[in-house]
Design a protein around this ligand. Structure first.
Ligand code: FAD
Length: 368
């Protein structure tokens, strides 16, 4: 007998929403479920004081892929927001990413050649040849002073471990520019959906049956029976009942405040790299959409240990977890009726444009 749905999509985040849209455009019957009370996954925004507050951390869309940019712009118009965060260090503000503005603020030098010599001297003095850990890797790329001011404390707070105990692979590249250019991302296309990310998700899920506050694991036998194929975007280890152990994550705690003033920090994001300050950044949400509201909303972001049952944010792709991942990935490969996609099911950090590209690619394979 025919099942009621062709696809059951577990997770109404960006991967699930893009996949569902592609399939429903091809006439497939899709049901999307999400255990949260809202759709959109980590892109979800809540309107507070007329401001779209990014509830799961600030999200800036950026890509070099014109097809992906055209795809999202066909669903909702994007504004021209350009991400240029600041770093507050010992009560002074510095531009990020590291560029001639930052170097001028530290060394009062206007000359890229001079700055390159300062940095190279510090690298030489460190005596590091083959970096053995994150600390050495960072010093080898940007010298000791920038590392001590902006990278060490931030990284140790973010990962909850000493930089010396973290693998060098975490920072393969630190963006450094020898021009006066504060744009964080090099990508050609960037912006924020006008009206917030919920508009993007709502456009993707238009005409698709969606049920929130429904956990796949509350009745997985039932859910397996109602659709030919399951598209699973939740945690891979949970899907297999943790039989090889937990995949570990780093988590975040958000402390949100409404302030009875128009502006707080005059920019969307200020990083706090000092170890003595427990949060890593403060986000002032109105800047993403050039808001002019009388009050403002800020969020302090505190990295924290992840415990099973709490929100999983950043996969910890170290040796131990990658070995566990390999075993789960093998099981996943053998599934004929389950497609795994997105940041949790692949245990991989994905930016939004990458998750869209992945969902489009996986949906198109099915159509061949
Ligand atoms: P998710 O958004 O996590 O969606 C998965 C969904 O599945 C969730 O809604 C979850 O509730 C649901 N689910 C899980 N298990 C079940 C279950 N058993 N039953 C039912 N539902 C279930 N990317 C950028 O491009 N730019 C940025 O600036 C940026 N900033 C970020 C900041 C932070 C703090 C973080 C953590 C990520 C950021 N990202 C950014 C990445 C972006 O969030 C991801 O690319 C995107 O959210 C991935 O979408 P997804 O669908 O894979 O996962």
């Amino acid at each position: 007998m025919d099942k009621p749905y062709d696809f059951l999509i577990v997770g109404a985040g960006l991967f699930g929403a893009v996949f569902a849209r592609e399939m429903s455009l091809r006439g497939k019957r899709c049901l999307v479920i999400d255990r949260r009370k809202h759709v959109g996954g980590n892109l979800y925004c809540e309107q507070i004081e007329g401001i779209n507050v990014h509830k799961y951390g600030p999200h800036i869309f950026h890509t070099n892929d014109k097809n992906i940019w055209d795809f999202v712009n066909s669903l909702v118009r994007f504004n021209h927001f350009v991400y240029s965060p600041l770093a507050a260090y010992q009560d002074k503000l510095y531009n990020l990413p590291f560029n001639m503005n930052t170097f001028y603020q530290i060394w009062h030098s206007r000359s890229p050649q001079h700055v390159k010599i300062i940095i190279q001297n510090q690298i030489n003095e460190s005596g590091i040849c083959i970096p053995k850990n994150l600390e050495e890797q960072a010093i080898k790329m940007v010298g000791s002073q920038i590392y001590e001011m902006f990278i060490k404390g931030y990284t140790e707070k973010q990962w909850g471990r000493k930089a010396k105990d973290l693998p060098s692979s975490i920072i393969k590249r630190i963006p450094v520019r020898y021009t006066f250019d504060n744009r964080y991302f090099n990508d050609t296309y960037q912006g924020i959906p006008i009206g917030g990310y919920n508009k993007l998700i709502d456009a993707l899920l238009e005409k698709i049956e969606v049920r929130t506050k429904v956990d796949f694991f509350s009745d997985r036998i039932f859910f397996k029976e109602i659709a030919d194929i399951i598209v699973f975007t939740g945690q891979l280890d949970e899907f297999y009942d943790y039989r090889y152990g937990n995949l570990e994550y780093r988590s975040l705690r958000f402390e949100e405040k409404i302030l009875d003033r128009k502006y707080f920090q005059d920019v969307a994001v200020v990083n706090y790299p000092e170890i003595s300050i427990p949060y890593t950044r403060i986000v002032e949400h109105k800047y993403f959409e050039f808001g002019n509201q009388p009050r403002t909303v800020i969020t302090k972001e505190y990295p924290q240990e992840w415990l099973p049952g709490t929100e999983a944010y950043y996969p910890i792709n170290d040796l131990k977890n990658n070995l566990i991942l390999k075993k789960y990935a093998q099981l996943a490969k053998e599934e004929e009726k389950v497609i795994f996609g997105g940041r949790l099911a692949e245990y991989k950090y994905y930016d939004m444009h990458q998750v869209i590209a992945s969902a489009l690619a996986k949906s198109r394979v099915l159509n061949k």
